[in-house]
Design a protein around this ligand. Sequence first.
Ligand code: HEC
Length: 103
Amino acid sequence: MYKFLFTAFLALSSLNAVEVKEEMAVPYIAYEIKMGEHFDTIQGQCLTCHSFGYIINQGPQSKAFWSGKVKKMENAFGMDISKKDASSVVDYLFKHYGNGKLK
Ligand code: HEC
């Protein structure tokens, strides 16, 4: 009986999403990225899959951290990058988003 009442209660209560009558605007967030040597490589390689937000949100990190992330993008997500470009990208990331530590 209680089970039935509970089911009836659930069925009658409004579980539907509230109807929104106003117009909604999805915010556009432009992540600012630092310009510098090898920026074009970063732009070409990283923007294919995601915004610069992922990079900026990491905060200042070590060279090993950035090189690990570039490897992760290659191994886990299939980023296609030459050795030379990968090393340019790591140099760029460490220069602009580095914490001065190699490890
Ligand atoms: C082939 C697609 C692809 C490319 C190209 C790519 N990424 Fe990613 N990246 C991803 C995905 C997918 C995630 C999200 C992973 C998650 O949500 O856990 C991600 C997340 C990240 C993160 C967040 C931290 C983390 O470990 O997930 C960083 C930092 C990052 N990418 C850096 C880069 C950089 C730098 C480049 C360019 C050199 C790059 N990505 C290029 C697919 C890619």
